[in-house]
Design a protein around this ligand. Structure first.
Ligand code: UP5
Ligand code: MG
Length: 190
């Protein structure tokens, strides 16, 4: 992996802040490959892997899956595509994720796209998503919010201190949020 020069943007923000929605828009317009860590973990459960039950239990509790599991899935996905630029959505979620990814892959993100959204709006979105996700119930949503505040926000703070965070107001309608996202990407692609 290290000999292949890849560009990585971490897409972070709370549960239901719109990471997946906006990544789909970015892919359409700017040719990145979207890797959602949560989607990769959910696919791993479905595949019947030996880690499946452990992953399922952790997601149900809103806990962060051990980084070696998630990093292996991300590395495999990066290697499988022919692309050289990636949006990594929903990872790293804690300081250990962040440090392990950097040391295992040698990849440092170009920047962090941060979707900033109030909790009550995120809760409303998650409760009305209706895609049958095991973690979209009020008990698990509360746990996800707590883990986000305690473990994931410090990662965003870490990158913010390095001047690497591009913060987006994510409470607006999808199209308006994407206008702000474009303002971040246009200068990189002209
Ligand atoms: N929606 C989106 N944008 C909107 C807008 N501007 N206005 C109104 N509605 C909007 O959006 C959520 C819903 O809101 C959708 O119905 C959408 O239409 C609507 P979405 O784009 O799906 O938001 P997203 O931020 O992607 O929400 P998601 O629920 O996927 O975020 P999480 O971070 O909670 O979920 P993730 O899949 O990343 O992780 C799930 C779990 O996996 C974690 O809790 C954890 O247990 C585990 N995990 C790990 O352990 N390690 C990892 O590295 C990653 C995940
Ligand atoms: Mg998502």
């Amino acid at each position: 992996l290290s000999e292949k020069k890849v560009t990585v943007i971490f897409v972070l923000g709370g549960p239901g802040s719109g990471k997946g929605t906006q990544c789909a828009n970015i892919v359409e317009n700017y040719g990145y490959t979207h890797l959602s860590a949560g989607d990769l973990l959910r696919a791993e459960i479905k595949s019947g892997s030996e880690n499946g039950t452990m992953i399922q239990n952790m997601i149900k509790e809103g806990k962060i899956v051990p980084s070696e599991v998630t990093i292996k899935l991300l590395q495999r996905a990066i290697q499988e595509t022919g692309n050289d630029k990636f949006l990594i959505d929903g990872f790293p979620r804690n300081e250990e994720n962040r440090a392990a990814f950097e040391s295992v892959t040698g990849i440092v993100p170009e920047f962090v796209l941060f979707f900033d959204c109030p909790e009550e709006e995120m809760e409303r979105r998650l409760l009305s998503r209706n895609q049958g996700r095991d973690d979209d119930n009020i008990e698990t949503i509360r746990k996800r919010f707590n883990v986000y505040m305690e473990s994931s926000l410090p990662v965003i703070e870490y990158y913010n201190a390095k001047g690497k965070v591009r913060k987006i107001d994510a409470v607006k309608p999808v199209e308006e949020v994407f206008e702000d996202v474009k303002a971040v990407f246009i200068p990189l692609h002209e």
